[in-house]
Design a protein around this ligand. Structure first.
Ligand code: TXA
Ligand code: MG
Length: 363
């Protein structure tokens, strides 16, 4: 299949004419990758089981891993859900459009092909103007997982999508690099107490402020114990993996939800350098993931900054791009600094820990 790539002139003020062909492709059952504020999505008609099959095939993704249905306005949710829980209403008002996905009891209109056989459906209303307008013009909810090959880091630029999807889908809409860089927060509002299934830019702190009681799926916090099933099926797969073996280096912290002290950071940096240097001296191609602040502490190795430690937003924004870059650089092992788990830090550490297959050295 030939993949057409189109370029949006001004992604903040996209014109309908630029998206009409893409909307038509979605309507007739084809696949279009498009930018959102979190990561690029791989879209197909969420009400068309055959489109869902094509999405799984293009990604090489197991079909028991359900897809998120993207809508362009709150009114489009009603036909997809059995009923609207109170917590769902509150979260929609507070955080939509934006990087928040909610799990609802599904209506009969949503095919099991989209929900991986589940009785619930994941729904999100993106704020990105290209994504939002594309959904509205298609006139159907758009099922869209991240537009990467299953197991690779999620795409944050159209080039990343091109690397993984060229020849496999009908169109890629290039709207420039995304803003946030990690996938949406997922909250299950289908039960008694809302549960966070995946951390993202809508943080635990923000959710608690709106809802009061919110719990977190244990699968987020560490490697899964034998026999425990995560509530988001996608969380069970090894995700976001770079090709090299990645080790996270973490300072001993009493409260991981706090930000790190200067002393903890300095100790961690010196340990990352010690571990990296041992391997460099043994002739290994070593990658180091550092921050703008610590760069000068690493005189050798393939050193890349993931952003500024003082700006969690910059770290989230660069995270997947840096992991992909290391694949191209053919690093054999990578050592990475870690981050405190306050605010956006929880999403950052969730993605880094999974990329490392939970190989974490505490120093
Ligand atoms: O930011 C995002 O959410 C991006 C952009 C494109 O919108 N999409 C995204 O989709 O990250 P995907 O498919 O890569 O991740 C969706 C996650 C998976 O872990 C899946 O298991 C979970 O959502 N999920 C979907 N439907 C679910 C359901 N009914 N119950 C529990 N988890 C669900
Ligand atoms: Mg994904």
């Amino acid at each position: 299949m030939e993949t057409k790539r189109i370029y949006i002139k001004d992604a903040e003020h996209v014109r309908d004419e630029e998206l009409l062909e893409a909307a038509e492709i979605i309507r007739r059952g084809g696949l279009v990758a498009f930018p959102t504020e979190t990561v690029y999505g791989l879209g197909g008609n969420a009400l068309d089981e055959d489109a869902a099959k094509k999405i799984y095939a293009a990604k090489g993704r197991p079909s028991d891993n359900p897809l998120i249905a993207h809508v362009s306005c709150p009114e489009e949710v009603e036909p997809l859900v059995e009923y609207m829980p109170e917590a769902g209403k509150k979260l929609m008002e507070a955080f939509w459009p934006g990087p928040l996905t909610m799990i609802f009891p599904k209506s009969s209109r949503v095919p099991y092909g989209t929900t991986g056989g589940l009785e619930t459906v994941a729904v999100r209303m993106p704020s990105d103007p290209v994504a939002n307008r594309l959904i509205a013009l298609a006139g159907v909810p758009i099922a869209a997982p991240s537009a990467n090959t299953s197991g690779r880091p999620s795409p944050t630029t159209a080039d990343h999508v091109w690397q993984d999807m060229n020849g496999r889908i009908d169109m890629i809409i290039d709207g420039g690099p995304v803003g946030i860089g990690v996938e949406s927060t997922i909250v299950d509002v289908s039960g008694q107490v809302p549960v966070v299934l995946r951390p993202g830019a809508i943080t635990m702190e923000m959710l608690r402020e709106t809802l009061g009681e919110v719990t977190i799926d244990p699968a987020i916090l560490g490697p899964m114990a034998e026999g425990v099933r995560p509530k988001a099926p996608g969380m069970k797969y090894k995700h976001y993996a770079p090709k090299a073996e990645l080790t996270l280096v973490e300072p001993a912290m009493e409260d991981k939800k706090a930000s790190m002290t200067q002393e903890q950071v300095e100790h961690m940096v010196s340990m990352v350098w010690k571990l990296a240097k041992e391997q460099i001296d043994a002739g290994v191609r070593v990658g180091i993931i550092c921050t703008d602040e610590s760069r000068a502490a690493y005189p050798e190795g393939i050193v890349r900054s993931i952003g500024a430690r003082k700006s969690q937003e910059s770290v989230a924004h660069n995270l997947y791009g840096v992991l992909r870059e290391f694949d191209d650089l053919k690093a054999e092992v990578i050592f990475s600094e870690s981050f405190g788990e306050d605010h956006l830090g929880q999403a950052i550490m969730n993605r880094l820990s999974k990329a490392a297959g939970y190989k974490i050295v505490r120093v």
